[in-house]
Design a protein around this ligand. Structure first.
Ligand SMILES: Nc1nc2c(ncn2[C@@H]2O[C@H](COP(=O)(O)OP(=O)(O)OP(=O)(O)O)[C@@H](O)[C@H]2O)c(=O)[nH]1
Ligand SMILES: [Mg+2]
Length: 337
C-alpha cells in the first residue's frame, strides 16, 4: 500500500479505502457475462468478437478461405480471461442458436430464459449454503445483446414476446444487426419506430432511470437512450485502406470502418458497455434482477414451510383423520420460463 498523502498526526487515513478496495479488486478480478440473442446469421458472434477485439466465439465469417462455415446450434457459454492494465476479467459469452428460424417459433425463448434463471438459482443456492464460499463464482447474466433484423419494419410479434420476457430477467441492450444494409434515413426511421414500440409495449431496456443518478449520470444515460437501438456493424477483418489497417467490411462501393462513428454506433456501444456502464450492468443485475428472483424464491419457500407447519399442526388435532403427505419444500429453482 502506498504511504498516505498526509502524514500529520491528525490524518486518520480512511480516505485510502478506495486504494484498498482497488487492490482487492485487482487481485480478485471479476466476472462479466453477456448473452447474445437474435436470428441466425445476424452477426452475433462477429459483433461480440469485434467488441472485445478477440476471437471469443465462432462466427460464420471466415477469416481465411480454408475455414469452414460454422453455425451456432446450442446454448454455448465460452469463458476467457482477458487482462488490461493489470485488471482481469473472466468474460463469459453465452452464444445462443438462431432465434425465430423455425416455422413455429412458439416458446423458442424458453431455453434462453431458463439459462438466465438457472444462473440466478445457482447463485442463490451458493449464497444460502451454511458454509458459503468466500467469493461466489458469479455466472449471472449481466447483459443481453438483442439483435433486431434490419430487414424488418419494426418490432415483430416475436421480438415483443421475447423482449418482454428477457427484460424481466436481465439488462437488455437492443442493437440493429448489420446496419450497413440500411441507408442513413432508413436507420433513423427504424430507430424511431423501435423506440416508440418499446414504449408502447412497456418494454424497459437498459439503462433504467434511477433516483440515485446525479446530473452527470442523467445526461449520460439520456444520450445513450437516444442511441438505442445501437446501429452496429461488426467485422473481424483488417482491411488495408491506403496503407492504413482498418477493421471493417469491404463493399463494392468502399470500406466500412467499424470504428468510424459516422458509419455505425459500434464505438458508442463498446464505450457504453465497457467504459461507462460495466460496473453498473453488474450492480443492476444483482440489485434488480437477481433480487427479484431471490425474493420470489424465498417467498415461495416460506409459504411452503408455513403450509407444512399448518399441516403438521392440524395433524395433531385431527390425528384420527386420514393423513395427507405434507408439501415438500422444493430445491431452489423452478425454471419458470
Ligand atoms: N453486412 C454485414 N455482415 C455481417 C456483419 N456482421 C457479420 N456479418 C456477416 O454475417 C455472417 C454471419 O455472421 P455470424 O457472426 O456468424 O452470425 P451469427 O448471428 O453468430 O450466426 P449463428 O451463430 O448461426 O446464429 C458472416 O458472413 C459475417 O461475416 C455486419 O455488421 N454487416
Ligand atoms: Mg454465432
Amino acid at each position: 500500500m502506498s504511504a498516505p498523502a498526509n502524514d500529520s498526526q491528525d490524518y486518520v487515513g480512511f480516505d485510502t479505502i478506495t486504494q484498498q478496495m482497488e487492490r482487492k479488486f485487482l487481485k480478485r478480478g471479476f466476472n462479466f457475462n453477456v448473452i447474445l440473442v437474435g436470428e441466425s446469421g445476424m452477426g452475433k458472434s462477429t459483433l461480440v468478437n469485434s467488441i472485445f477485439s478477440s476471437h471469443l466465439v465462432d462466427s460464420q465469417g471466415r477469416r481465411t478461405a480454408q475455414e469452414v462455415i460454422r453455425k451456432t446450434t446450442e446454448i454455448s457459454p465460452v469463458t476467457q480471461t482477458l487482462e488490461e492494465n493489470g485488471v482481469r476479467v473472466r468474460l463469459t459469452i453465452i452464444d445462443t442458436p438462431g432465434f425465430g428460424d423455425q416455422c413455429n417459433n412458439e416458446g423458442c425463448w424458453v431455453p434462453v430464459i431458463k439459462y438466465i434463471k438457472d444462473q440466478h438459482a445457482a447463485y442463490l443456492e451458493r449464497e444460502l449454503k451454511p458454509q458459503r464460499d468466500r467469493v461466489i463464482n458469479d455466472t449471472r447474466v449481466h447483459a443481453c445483446l438483442y439483435f433486431l433484423n434490419p430487414g424488418s419494419r419494426g418490432l415483430r410479434p416475436l421480438d415483443v414476446e421475447v423482449l418482454k420476457r428477457l427484460t424481466e430477467v436481465t439488462n437488455v441492450i437492443p442493437v440493429i444487426a448489420k446496419s450497413d444494409s440500411m441507408t442513413v434515413e432508413e436507420r433513423t426511421v427504424f430507430k424511431r419506430r423501435i423506440k416508440e414500440e418499446l414504449v408502447f409495449h412497456r418494454i424497459a431496456v437498459y439503462p433504467y432511470p434511477s433516483e440515485e443518478d446525479g446530473e452527470e449520470d442523467r445526461l449520460l444515460n439520456s444520450s445513450i437512450r437516444d442511441l438505442v437501438p445501437f446501429a452496429v456493424v461488426g467485422s473481424e477483418e483488417i482491411i488495408d485502406v491506403n496503407g492504413t489497417p482498418v477493421r471493417g467490411r469491404r463493399h463494392g462501393w468502399g470500406v466500412i470502418n467499424i470504428f468510424d462513428e459516422t458509419h455505425s454506433d459500434f464505438v458508442h456501444l463498446r464505450n457504453f458497455m465497457l467504459r461507462t456502464h460495466l460496473s453498473d450492468l453488474i450492480e443492476v443485475t444483482s440489485q434488480r434482477h437477481y433480487e427479484q428472483f431471490r425474493t420470489s424464491q424465498l417467498r415461495q419457500i416460506k409459504e411452503l414451510r408455513a403450509q407444512q407447519a399448518a399441516a403438521a399442526a392440524s395433524g395433531g388435532i385431527m390425528a384420527s383423520m386420514p393423513q395427507q403427505a405434507p408439501p415438500q419444500v422444493p430445491a431452489i429453482h423452478q425454471s419458470m420460463a
